[in-house]
Design a protein around this ligand. Structure first.
Ligand SMILES: Cc1cc2nc3c(=O)[nH]c(=O)nc-3n(C[C@H](O)[C@H](O)[C@H](O)COP(=O)(O)O)c2cc1C
Ligand code: SF4
Length: 706
């Protein structure tokens, strides 16, 4: 266990080639897709985001990949470009802003290669036609990007792409970057050549280790020759490729020995560091976000997972053994990535397993994390709860600056008396930002705990995948540090607020339940979500959400009026995020679940990848989903009768019907306050019931102008 204030190794400067890093934390490259295709210069959103990272004290900042080969090298138009000289000036503005904070920076480089063009979530693919790869090999797996047969590259085409990588690195140097991080991992083009599964060539780019590595070693060699020894070259590789995720024998894929030999060859070619990941066929996102692979359950049987891939801690340091194995083979530093945090990072450094600790999401959530670690302010670190809302969305649930052109909260010109009503995510964020701006803030929460429905959500979801209680702990600590007066267990109405005479009121009282008019809705076998929340809240007064989630797998109280009818067969009315998560909760507890909704698509509000993995799991567990319901006809003791999407009457047999429809806005207090207080704002569910991300974002935005 690392002592809370002892992060000696993590804070020690290091070297990658001749580039000195400020400490051992490396921000790894992550595409936030904040660029617009028509732009040549960097936009303010990119500048603000990367500046916040540089200012936050990270040891080395790897900026996301630009397109180096347009259009074949990238599937997304929102990537900035460096495939022509005209982009250098814009990119140099970005480098300048990073260097202004004395932060070294590398540019990540990759080539998407075999990723298919026809991705369901890419509305406007950059080019039509086959993707390109080492060989014409594809797999059929619903959560992968290789379902389309690619075109095998000719030697001449490979040489052209080598040149494109090198030219991009030369431009990167001109723009001021201190080095590059070549992505030969994941399942892009360069990895595709390294892997014996994908690469079936019999020319100088296929066959033995050396031939398969030739593409990337040529790139490294040539960058080294053209950019000189002071320009660092790091290479990110997969230390292992697990085929079992897509029904491929692991022995056909890139094995531990392949990766170690590749690392040796890369060092020989002039690489200054090796950045280690691993890949799992069939699970595109889960492969680089190993915690996602565990949602809702690890998809590969234990016997098919190589022992070097450490799945004991739900993705945390999953590649540590693999990285340590590579470190033994080379004398250049090794960077590890994969759900690492300061504590785990310090431990791995102390054990000498790796030289640098890669972090991505934790720094997106809190760009100031390194400075806070250095100052021993661990409790001030904004927690990344691995919610994955950042995937493709240009936003972070807990860092509302991300995706905006700003990165500083400024003090208000005039100090105000601010009353916040409601202690959920929106209310807590409003109170935090208001206090940071120098206002005098008082928060009222009617229940005995802060967190609002996050407590209940944590109970339903469990805390293994997404640590919602960490958000509540963080806010509690911040609000107390900032001197916010917190009144728990206190309902406050309009007249009491009027007596207080605040300048500003923020209403964050949450939404109200939606009760549809269905005959039989008040039958004893119907459980309304708020009754369930109420029961959960009662127990949450005594137990933590994580403990309650665990214990409820063994015992669910049935003596309560609305749970005594909780039978084996359950129908959930409402297939958006909450309904789906409740279905998972119940299916894990042995219930036979059917979800119904009038919407055709289920899972509204869920992150795409989590939804896809959950729905695959639903199939395995027999959870049924019926979308496009035309009418809920009636509820009886036999179950729920509907008119289905074919216009036919259908009885869904069930012992219990649960109502889990999205909340409705709650403008009661807003209306009562109208004309009585100068400034009133509604944030979160009471205004527009959506997600935690939206509540925090709205509260943040609102308070920036108060
Ligand atoms: C939103 C998002 C975008 C990412 N984009 C890239 C990318 O463009 N290139 C890349 O090599 N890795 C990308 N990654 C992977 C990260 O660099 C990193 O390996 C991954 O997030 C695991 O680290 P973490 O657990 O510290 O977040 C991305 C990850 C996220 C969450
Ligand atoms: S959106 Fe969620 S997973 Fe992504 S960085 Fe923010 S808190 Fe972490």
């Amino acid at each position: 266990m690392v002592h809370r204030n002892n992060f000696e190794k993590l804070m020690e400067p290091g070297y990658i080639g001749n580039v000195k890093t400020r400490n051992r934390i490396v921000k790894t490259g992550a595409g936030l897709l904040m660029w617009n295709e028509a732009e040549v210069r960097m936009n303010n959103e990119m500048l603000a985001y990367y500046e916040s990272l540089a200012r936050g004290g990270v040891g080395l900042l790897i900026v996301e990949s630009p397109t180096i080969d347009y259009p074949k090298g990238a599937r997304w138009p929102e990537r900035y470009r460096i495939d022509q000289d005209k982009y250098i000036e814009g990119v140099s503005e970005l480098v300048k802003i990073i260097h202004k904070h004395k932060c070294p920076t590398f540019m990540q480089m990759n080539h998407d290669g075999p990723w298919q063009v026809k991705l369901p979530f890419v509305s406007k693919p950059l080019f039509s036609g086959s993707p390109i790869a080492a060989s014409a090999v594809s797999i059929q797996a619903e959560n992968d990007l290789h379902n389309e047969v690619p075109k095998s590259l000719t030697i001449h085409e490979i040489e052209e792409i080598v040149e494109k990588f090198v030219n991009a690195a030369v431009r990167a140097k001109k723009a001021g970057f201190d080095g590059v991080d070549i992505n030969a991992a994941s399942s892009h083009l360069l990895h595709n050549f390294l892997s014996p599964f994908w690469n079936r060539r019999d020319d100088i780019y296929g066959g033995n280790y050396e031939n398969r590595a030739r593409f990337v070693t040529q790139i490294v060699n040539e960058i080294r020759r053209r950019n000189g020894k002071d320009f660092a070259v790091s290479v990110c590789i997969n230390s292992l490729e697990i085929g079992a995720g897509a029904g491929v024998d692991n022995s056909e894929c890139l094995r531990v020995e392949d990766a170690r030999e590749t690392a040796r060859l890369l060092e020989k070619a002039g690489a200054d560091s090796i950045h280690v990941r691993s890949h799992v066929l069939g699970y595109h996102v889960g492969a680089y976000l190993p915690d996602v692979l565990c949602y809702p359950e690890f998809p590969i049987p234990k016997r098919n997972i190589p022992k070097e891939y450490d799945t004991r801690h739900r993705g945390v340091a999953v590649n540590a053994r693999l990285a340590a194995g590579i470190k033994k083979e080379v004398s250049i530093p090794v960077i590890l990535i994969g759900k690492l945090d300061p504590e785990v990072g310090e431990k791995l450094l102390q054990q000498g397993k790796v030289d640098f600790i890669g972090m991505n999401r934790r720094l997106m959530a809190d760009p100031d994390l390194p400075n806070k670690v250095a100052a021993g302010r661990i409790d001030d670190i904004v927690p990344c709860t691995a919610c994955e809302n950042c995937l493709g969305s240009r936003r972070c649930r807990i860092n509302p600056f991300l995706g905006t052109p700003y990165n500083i909260i400024e003090r208000a010109k005039k100090k105000k008396k601010v009353v916040v009503v409601g202690g959920g995510p929106g209310g807590m964020e409003a109170a935090r930002v208001a206090a940071l701006r120098g206002h005098d803030v008082t928060l009222y929460e009617s229940s005995s705990k802060l967190g609002g429905l996050m407590q209940v959500a944590a109970f339903v979801k469990g805390i293994e995948q997404e640590d919602l209680p960490a958000i509540i702990r963080y806010y509690k600590h911040q609000l107390s540090k900032l001197g916010v007066e917190i009144n728990l267990g206190q309902e406050i109405d309009a007249s009491k607020i009027e007596e207080i005479k605040p300048d500003t009121v923020v209403v964050a009282t949450g939404g109200i339940p939606q009760i549809p008019d269905i005959p039989g809705i008040d039958s004893p076998n119907v459980i309304k979500a708020f009754d369930f929340y109420g029961l959960a809240k009662f127990f949450l007064r005594f137990f933590s959400p994580g403990f309650l989630n665990l214990i409820s797998r063994i015992y669910m109280p049935v003596s309560f009026k609305f749970l005594k009818h909780m039978g084996k067969r359950v129908v959930i009315i409402g297939g958006a995020i909450k309904g789906c998560e409740l279905a998972e909760f119940l299916a894990r507890r042995g219930k036979e679940v059917t979800i119904v909704d009038t919407a055709k698509e289920m899972g509204t509000g869920m992150v795409d990848v989590l939804m896809a993995y959950l729905f695959s799991w639903f199939k395995k567990k027999g959870v049924k989903m019926i979308g496009g319901v035309e009418e809920y006809v009636k509820i009886t003791d036999k179950g729920l009768t509907i008119i289905n999407n074919e216009g036919k009457k259908e009885l869904i047999e069930a012992d219990t019907v649960i109502l889990e429809l999205p909340l409705l806005p709650n403008d009661g207090l807003m209306k009562r306050l109208k004309g009585k207080v100068n400034e009133v704002y509604a944030v979160g569910d009471c205004d527009d019931p959506k997600l935690i991300t939206d509540a925090i974002g709205a509260a943040f935005k609102t308070m920036l102008v108060v």
